[in-house]
Design a protein around this ligand. Structure first.
Ligand SMILES: Cc1ncc(COP(=O)(O)O)c(C=O)c1O
Length: 445
């Protein structure tokens, strides 16, 4: 049943004043399904979803359709109380004793094992530490040291910029040459490079288009020529099934603040396959990665296991916030998450079609090629995103022309998906993106 609240949500006449003057443009195809039919179907899908209750695990502002969990995840309800306890009791009352009493020392690997469950990693291979950028640097240099004599690092020219910047610097440090091949061309490029390839470093999901790449095929191709594979999981962990152990991936990195909901600046993680741990020789040899940190010796001796991937003192408030945030995934399987994600993006795409919104899609329509976002092209994409935000539909803009909408499976609903499509139709029909001032950019887009 469509409740009055949902009806109001879906069919708002809440159009920003300036836009009401603009004539609706007749550039939309015929509407084949009414908005109310779409909404009724969405309500039904939400009611039947195995993840129906998981939205309750989050605090979300009333009336906001939040489609930017692929940039900054929403606030899990479990977090504030844990952070308050960490600040007031663990820090405020117990002071330095909490390093042992609250096992602050073990938190990086303890939380690492929880992340491991979301990315198909058995315990002891994931550490939560540093940023994605720093972890990628560590992984690339360590990979080069595992493959001495090999000269090439292969990566995607369309990678998230930090991955390219880090690749360039890590390659210089490790004496590698960076070569570029898009993920679809990577297996052939890997075969052509053969024994000169040390490492193939790719993202599982493209941050711009949301296209999902073949982690298994690229990893296998790298292994076939004796090279290693490193994966950036920023846009996949927590939103789909990731099976690092099953794919025999060598390394992986990812951030804690997108689908893992760890909050702004949450620490990132690094996966090192168990078979590489003994030889994992990473370049940032800080005291938290030492075998005997409190002996305070003058010479570095790597800790056994994944602890050697640690560097310096971690940001404990953020780390423990992430630990609390990850409880939002308790009892939820990666398969359920993936099914929900595809159902949400599919519903959004169906709603766009039904409402006659015909912006070019940057995201593949085939479900098996989609991550958990939908990106649409528009020449004034930035202003379109701002106009949507003015209607409380929060997504983001990515250069050069992308309206990027992320569907975080734990808290975005099918009703949200239909509501967002309806607002997008209304923004475009009312040319709200042409309102003065909407093209002005802040520091963060
Ligand atoms: C694919 C990818 N890699 C890396 C990052 C960011 O890395 P860091 O955690 O170092 O800021 C992002 C951020 O959006 C990203 O999308």
């Amino acid at each position: 049943m469509v409740t009055p609240l949902e009806r109001r949500h879906l069919l708002p006449q809440r159009m920003p004043r300036a836009s009401r003057a603009g004539p609706a443009r007749a550039t939309f195809g015929a509407m084949t399904t009414s908005p109310l039919d779409l909404l009724a179907r969405a309500v039904d899908l939400d009611a039947r979803s195995p993840l129906a209750g998981s939205r309750e695990r989050f605090t979300l502002p009333e009336g906001v359709v939040y489609l930017d969990g692929n940039s900054l995840g929403a606030l899990p309800r479990a977090v504030p109380a844990v952070v308050a306890d960490v600040v007031e009791r663990q820090w405020g009352q117990r002071l330095i004793r909490s390093w042992n009493e609250a096992d602050w020392w073990g938190a990086q690997t303890r939380v690492g094992d929880v992340v491991g469950r979301l990315v198909g990693a058995a315990p002891g291979q994931v550490v939560v530490t540093d940023s994605t950028s720093v972890n990628l640097f560590k992984a690339i240099v360590a990979a080069a040291r595992l493959r001495p004599g090999r000269t090439v690092l292969l990566t995607d020219p369309d990678s998230f910029p930090t991955d390219l910047y880090v690749a360039q610097s890590a390659a210089r440090v490790a004496g590698l040459e960076v070569r570029l091949a898009t993920p679809d061309a990577a297996p052939d490029a890997i075969r052509a490079l053969g024994p000169s390839l040390a490492l193939a470093a790719y993202s599982q999901v493209d941050f711009r288009t949301g296209e999902k790449w073949d982690l298994v095929a690229i990893t296998e191709a790298a292994h076939d020529v004796g090279a290693l594979a490193c994966w950036d999981l920023c846009h996949s962990a927590g939103a789909m099934v990731v099976d690092l152990d099953g794919a025999r991936a060598d390394f992986a990195v990812g951030c804690g603040y997108k689908y893992l909901n760890g909050g702004p600046g949450a620490p990132a993680y690094l996966y090192v396959a168990a078979r590489h741990l003994d030889a994992f020789d990473q370049p940032l040899t800080g005291w938290h990665g030492h075998a005997h940190p409190f002996q305070m010796g003058a010479t570095y001796e790597p800790a056994p296991g994944i602890d050697r991937a640690r560097v310096g003192t971690p940001p404990l408030l953020s780390l423990l916030a992430l630990e609390a945030a990850l409880t939002a995934y308790d009892g939820v399987t990666p398969e359920q998450v993936r099914a929900q994600s595809l159902s949400l993006t599919g519903t959004f795409l169906d709603a766009l079609d039904a409402l006659g919104v015909d912006l070019p899609l940057a995201t593949p329509r085939e479900p098996e090629r989609r991550g958990s976002q939908v990106s649409l092209r528009h020449p004034q994409a930035f202003a379109v995103v701002q106009a949507l935000i003015a209607r409380d539909v929060v997504g983001d803009f990515r250069e050069p022309n992308l309206v990027r909408l992320g569907f975080a499976p734990l808290y975005v609903t099918h009703v949200d998906a239909v509501t967002a499509a309806t607002h997008l139709r209304d923004v475009l029909a009312g040319r709200e993106h042409e309102r003065p001032g909407l093209a002005e950019r802040s520091a963060v887009t």
